[in-house]
Design a protein around this ligand. Structure first.
Ligand SMILES: [Zn+2]
Ligand SMILES: [Zn+2]
Length: 538
């Protein structure tokens, strides 16, 4: 391979060491290089050789790593395009945990152990927590459902009374297809229309330029609960949609923040339904949250439940053991007059568009769909606009004591022991994602893709790009025995681990070499096309 030509190498790259980290990061960003790479030691079982390799962090938010976020957005767009107007049933292969997934899970386990060690030693775990969060997301993206620790499992059989009632909607006979209907035009051309839907949450008070006109009358409590349970409402919508449509409707959706900081949903739907019917489904869709009451504060300030080994949390005054999560739910089941803690519905503001495959409209909508995907829901906290900043802060405050999940320590405030209660829990100090400024209540996935959207998973889309680059470089992408390499995390301070600045610049250098090579190939290809055209003209 050609040695990098010096002219194209920024001076800064050659001066590696003395640069400040932020300068190096700027350069890395310009070259599309991950700024938070995860170092891994790769051991080749055949040769015994080990090598430290930087793996991109794979962040989805610009605030964490702009180059990775950008790459992710491009992949998402490709994935959305792939499935929207599919004209044949996708073939779904069994979802075996492949090598990459297994590797991620091992890495996740190591990261957790490492994090726990740091915590035990009284160190700062912020970076590790962020890395673990990203790993969890990556594992989900790689095709696994749920959380590696299995925290989300544990379905409860609820009495029939508490079941979600099915709304009163027309119902069609279910057919097995995932494809929408086609229409034949008078010219004999076959059209395959699809839909693009935008769904919002209801109003919590009048808003001007992303902040309430009257903050005191803005319903922050409702806004907080709606955001916390938004993904359940979306699930209900899909269930109702399929029931009415009578086929296995597939979708690609993104959850993005509105200016008023409420999550809303853009959804590309394969196939089409009469507009009036879709409106009817949206209006009839609701979700009931059957959780214990959380409106009357029982313990706060210094008056908090106390922990006793073997007993759990006790009322600090009476010494009475507080009901456990399971007991609280049983109580709810037995109470004839119990009301759900919260009921969610969509707001009146909705948008339904019909889209035809391959039109500029379709492409524009895909751009629109992923427009804010790399922005965090809480970006407004960093704005200069004092009204919007104050609005974000008030919402964050409303979320502070709102229970985010059955395991949330905030349940203690309402007299219930959180699921899996343990020593040291305190209301207002939940570490769940939903309470964090980056999420503002919505801790779910930002991209929701139904299982039979396209034939490819995101990992496969990634693989496509990789194959393309390798082919362009003339490097053969030979199948590697999945058991050939063993990956291990590299701990900070490892003598083989170069300083981050040096590693970033190395990646920039490598990226540049690829780019030069690709440019030359492109130029050569253009030259051939040109001479071929000239040949024809002659
Ligand atoms: Zn990155
Ligand atoms: Zn919580």
């Amino acid at each position: 391979m050609t040695v990098t030509n010096d002219r194209a190498t920024p001076r800064a790259v050659r001066m590696a060491m003395p640069l400040a980290r932020d300068v190096v990061e700027e350069i890395a960003k310009q070259y599309g290089v991950c700024i938070r790479p995860v170092p891994l030691r790769r051991q080749d079982i055949l040769t015994g050789q080990t090598e430290v390799i930087d793996v991109p962090c794979g962040a989805t938010l610009e605030s964490k790593c702009p180059p990775c976020a950008k790459r992710n957005r491009q992949l998402r767009r490709a994935q959305c395009r792939e499935g929207w107007h599919l004209d044949h049933e996708p073939v779904n292969l069994p979802n075996n945990a492949d090598e990459y997934q297994r590797h991620l899970v091992e890495l996740r386990a190591d990261a957790q152990a490492w994090r726990d060690e740091v915590e035990k030693a009284g160190g700062d775990t912020t970076d590790l927590d962020a890395a673990i969060e990203d790993l969890d997301e990556e594992i989900n993206r790689a095709g696994m459902r749920g959380n590696v620790l299995g925290r989300t499992s544990g379905k409860r059989t609820r009495s029939t009374k508490r079941r979600q009632d099915a709304p009163d909607l027309p119902k069609r006979q279910m057919t097995k297809t995932t494809l929408g209907r086609t229409f034949t035009g008078s010219d004999g051309k076959v059209y395959r229309p699809s839909m693009f839907v935008t769904l919002t949450l209801p109003s919590y008070g009048r808003v001007l330029e992303g902040a309430p006109l009257d903050p005191d009358r803005y319903d922050y409590g409702r806004a907080a609960r709606d955001a916390l349970h938004f993904s359940k409402l979306v699930d209900r919508f899909v269930q109702n949609l399929r029931r009415v449509a009578g086929y296995d409707v597939q979708y690609f959706a993104t959850v993005e923040p509105q200016k008023r900081l409420a999550p809303h949903l853009h959804m590309a739907i394969r196939g089409t339904l009469p507009r009036a019917e879709l409106r009817q489904i949206i209006a009839a869709t609701y979700h009931q949250v059957w959780w214990p009451p959380a409106d009357d504060v029982r313990f706060e300030g210094d008056h908090l439940p106390v922990w006793e080994d073997g007993a759990g949390y006790l009322d600090p005054t009476t010494g009475e053991v507080l009901p456990t999560w399971e007991q609280a739910l049983d109580r709810l089941d037995q109470d004839e007059d119990a009301e759900p803690l919260h009921v969610l519905r969509f707001g009146d503001q909705l948008d339904i568009q019909s889209v035809l495959a391959g039109t500029p409209d379709a492409d524009q909508l895909i751009q629109y769909l992923s427009k804010y995907l790399t922005k965090s829901l809480g970006d407004a906290l960093g704005t200069d606009d004092p009204r919007r900043k104050a609005h974000a802060e008030r919402l964050l405050e409303a979320l502070r004591f709102e229970p985010c999940s059955p395991t949330c320590p905030n349940w203690l405030r309402y007299g219930v022991q959180p699921k899996g209660a343990k020593r040291g829990m305190a209301p207002g100090r939940c570490r769940g994602k939903a309470h964090k400024p980056d999420h503002l209540g919505y801790a779910g996935r930002r991209v929701l893709v139904s299982r039979k959207w396209s034939n490819k998973t995101l990992t496969e889309h990634k693989q496509d790009r990789r194959t393309w680059v390798l082919e362009a470089l003339g490097v053969e992408d030979e199948p590697v025995d999945p058991h050939r390499y063993v990956w291990k995390p590299v701990k900070p301070g490892d003598p083989e681990l170069a300083p981050i600045g040096v590693r970033l610049l190395r990646s920039v250098h490598q990226r540049q070499r690829w780019r030069n090579h690709l440019d030359r190939l492109q130029a050569a290809a253009d030259g051939q096309v040109l001479s071929a055209t000239e040949g024809r003209a002659a």
